[in-house]
Design a protein around this ligand. Structure first.
Ligand SMILES: [Zn+2]
Length: 263
């Protein structure tokens, strides 16, 4: 399926004047199939991060292809937005496992683990912390409160401390909320956290039973998010699903330490 995306010219990776500068992006129109825009920047340290970015978008593109397999009704033949980060993150986990498996070059493995660790940390911990912060701010506004900058700093710092522990925060961490997208609805970042948690659990099932995943994608918007999730082996009401993701993160960190020591 991924090959089909390349062969039918759906991945735009060629440098052109006036091309949108976004790193990687997937989009599509009803029944027109997916398109992936990708920019390989000269400033990249190597091809590992861009490979992850492209793989992520190809995950979104595959989700759209599956959802459009049954084009009727047209409006429902689209990926489920709330679960949209599941396929893209799943592709990233598969890529990580694959690259670690095929290469015996420890420096390359270290780089793969480093990128995988950063990308997982971003969603599992930083999106989680930002989600909680945005939710807190929206609640304060709903209660007609007007928190000052210092109060927001303190609130953000305390949330971040909890998520980043045992990492000690620097002096300026409290102001990090200024880069949060406060204008988004609180649960926008929930999609990111949900994506990595479901994908981390699903990755082991997909190898032995790929149809679980493809059926999930083919349903598009024809089921509610809850019905979609009920069909997957991941039980989100059980904290084990989240701890499996934390364990995966820990595995990345441990593997990096082993490689550093062996180096
Ligand atoms: Zn995505």
């Amino acid at each position: 399926m991924v090959e089909q995306l390349f062969e039918t010219g759906r991945v735009d990776a060629i440098k052109r004047d006036n091309k949108a500068t976004v790193e990687a992006y997937q989009f599509g129109a009803a029944s027109a199939g997916p398109f992936v825009l990708f920019n390989y920047r000269d400033g990249y340290r190597d091809f590992v991060l861009p490979m992850f970015l492209l793989t992520h978008q190809l995950g979104h593109a595959c989700a759209r292809l599956f959802a459009e397999e049954t084009p009727e009704p047209l409006l429902l033949a689209r990926p489920n937005k709330q679960l949209s980060e599941v396929p893209s993150r799943l592709h990233e986990f598969l890529l990580t496992d694959y690259l670690l498996d095929v290469s015996e070059d420890t420096e390359f493995q270290m780089r793969v683990l480093q990128v995988a660790e950063q990308r997982l940390k971003q969603e599992l911990y930083l999106s989680g912390a930002n989600l909680e912060f945005i939710d807190t701010v929206h609640s304060l506004v709903a209660e007609n409160k007007s928190p000052t900058g210092d109060e927001l700093d303190a609130e953000y710092r305390s949330i971040l401390e909890e998520y980043m522990s045992p990492v000690e925060l620097g002096d300026y961490s409290a102001s990090g909320w200024m880069t949060s997208k406060l204008y988004v609805e609180p649960y926008r970042l929930f999609e990111n956290v949900l994506g990595v948690v479901v994908a981390a659990d699903l990755v082991s099932h997909v190898r032995s039973n790929p149809s679980t995943f493809t059926e999930f994608l083919s349903t598009g918007l024809r089921s509610t998010s809850k019905q979609h999730l009920d069909r997957l082996p991941t039980d989100l009401s059980d904290p084990t699903a989240v701890s499996a993701t934390v364990t995966r993160y820990q595995d990345y960190v441990d593997s990096i330490s082993v490689l550093i020591e062996a180096h």
